[in-house]
Structures are given as structure tokens and as C-alpha cells.
Design a protein around this ligand. Structure first.
Ligand code: 5GP
Ligand code: ZN
Length: 114
């Protein structure tokens, strides 16, 4: 738990979000500013700033779980496919420093991204 972290507060139930999945390790919520008809965020309940910090802490199993749950909710919300994104660090476009995987679905995804 990081005191000023918005996703820790969401994972802890202190701030409300539209949850689509929860287990002992992982929570998935709807993004407040959706970039696709379905835009979900999958995060561990435990705080890691980003993927680099997560792997440095030896929590690779948590990363595997994040992608497993992301693929599951992706299948549920994207009958014709989905995109998973993990923005990491300032040049990676990360704005919330609690590791999370974006799940985007419901429209055609352009490539390359901007
Ligand atoms: P990042 O830019 O770090 O990859 O993604 C952060 C995402 O979190 C953004 O897409 C943003 O819309 C979303 N977000 C930020 N604050 C909140 C919040 O309080 N609730 C929800 N549901 N999403 C949030
Ligand atoms: Zn956090």
C-alpha cells in the first residue's frame, strides 16, 4: 500500500470504481476516461510502481497473473479481439505509478500507436 496512490485506494475499496473482476491478488476496473468501447485496467492489489519495480521485487508471478486476468477480461469484452498495453515510465506514457495493464476492445485498433 502506497499512501498517495489512487490505484491502491481503488484496490483497497477506499475510492469507488466500476469493478469487472476481483480476486485475492488482482482487481480489474473500467477506465474513467475510456479510449475504446471497452477500456479496462488490470492491477495487482499490492503496490508496485511499474513492471520494472515488480520484476526487481521478484514478483514475476504477479505479472503473469495480471496478463492472465487481462486476457480473460479481454476475451469477455472483445468478441473479435482486444489489445493489452502496459505503459511503463514517462516515455512509455505511464501516468499512474501503480503497475497496470490496459485492456482495449470493441473497435479496430490502429498500429502503430501514437
Ligand atoms: P497510464 O497512463 O498510467 O498507463 O494509465 C492510467 C489510466 O488510469 C488512464 O487511462 C486514466 O484514465 C485512468 N485513471 C486515472 N485515474 C483514475 C481513477 O480514479 N479511476 C479510474 N477508473 N481510472 C483512472
Ligand atoms: Zn499503488
Amino acid at each position: 500500500m502506497s499512501l498517495d496512490c489512487i490505484f491502491c485506494k481503488i484496490a483497497g475499496g477506499e475510492i469507488q470504481a466500476k469493478e469487472v473482476y476481483r480476486d485475492d491478488d488482482v482487481v480489474a476496473i473500467a477506465d474513467v476516461n475510456p479510449q475504446a468501447p471497452a477500456h479496462l485496467l488490470v492491477m495487482p492489489r499490492k503496490h508496485y510502481a511499474d513492471l520494472t519495480a515488480l520484476y526487481a521485487a521478484g514478483a514475476g508471478a504477479t505479472a503473469a497473473k495480471l496478463f492472465e486476468v487481462a486476457a480473460k477480461v479481454g476475451r469477455e469484452h472483445g468478441a473479435r479481439g482486444f489489445r493489452l498495453v502496459a505503459n511503463t515510465g514517462p516515455e512509455g506514457g505511464q501516468t499512474v505509478d501503480h503497475v497496470h495493464v490496459h485492456v482495449l476492445a470493441g473497435r479496430h485498433m490502429a498500429w502503430p500507436p501514437g
